[in-house]
Write a protein that binds this ligand. Structure first.
Ligand code: ADP
Ligand code: MG
Length: 212
């Protein structure tokens, strides 16, 4: 399966969630390649930080911030069980290419209604991609949910029949995600049965049900 984390907004959690999804699959024995499609290369930085820190390799990270992604990603997918694309901010050409490559698009958003769920441009690109890829699935993922997660959950239910729908499992605002990013690790390596590790596992279970 090729899963792409896309949202033209920066700072919504594309890289964080892409790394954790890839890591969770790798931890379960799946062969995973993460494509860093962001010219800023934050996933590549994480990977370098990881090897400098002497942490064992979990999955390969490949930098492919170019709009031939839709041809290259399926080739990479042949050698592994899953490809996870960490999407670019703002670059429409790259975004189009990632949309053509993906089986499932996950759009991280913050639960605040004021945040705006995704840019109109992102949703337009998604509908354009569906002309060529009618089977393309897309979901919002609520990230950085605060203590009032109940509200986030209600929001998720209200929006469940929206297009794209919202995943039922949400991700909390947790320092451990920032700590993990900085030290080239993943949340489950810092606390293997903490709330972050558990919510990532739950998210994956839901994702696997959508796109088996
Ligand atoms: P994007 O790739 O969409 O730009 P990032 O994944 O890089 O977003 O996240 C932006 C910043 O927010 C990073 O510093 C990251 O550590 C932090 N962050 C992302 N998700 C969470 C979370 N659930 N809890 C705490 N910090 C988070
Ligand atoms: Mg990023």
């Amino acid at each position: 399966m090729i899963v792409a984390f896309l949202n033209q907004k920066g700072g919504v959690g594309k890289t964080t969630l892409a790394l954790h999804l890839a890591g969770e699959w790798a931890g379960k024995g799946k062969r995973v390649t993460l494509i860093d499609a962001d010219p800023q290369g934050s996933a590549l930085d994480w990977s370098q930080q990881r090897s400098r820190g002497g942490h064992p390799r979990l999955f390969g990270v490949v930098g492919l911030a170019r709009d031939t992604l839709h041809r290259e990603a399926p080739e990479l997918a042949r050698d592994v069980d899953h490809v996870v694309i960490d999407g670019p901010p703002r670059v429409a050409g790259l975004m189009r290419s990632a949309l053509l490559a993906a089986d499932l698009v996950l759009i991280p958003v913050q639960p605040s209604p004021l945040d705006g769920w995704a840019s109109a441009e992102m949703l337009t690109l998604l509908s354009e991609a569906r002309i060529y890829r009618p089977e393309l699935r897309a979901r919002f993922v609520l990230n950085r949910c605060g203590a009032r997660t109940v509200i986030a959950r209600e929001t998720a239910e209200t929006l469940a029949d929206h297009d794209p729908p919202v995943l039922r499992n949400t991700i909390g605002q947790r320092v451990i995600y920032a700590d993990a990013a900085q030290s080239g690790r993943l949340a489950f390596e810092i606390d293997d049965d903490g709330p972050a590790a558990r919510e990532i596992t739950a998210l994956i279970t839901e994702i696997e049900r959508i796109a088996p």
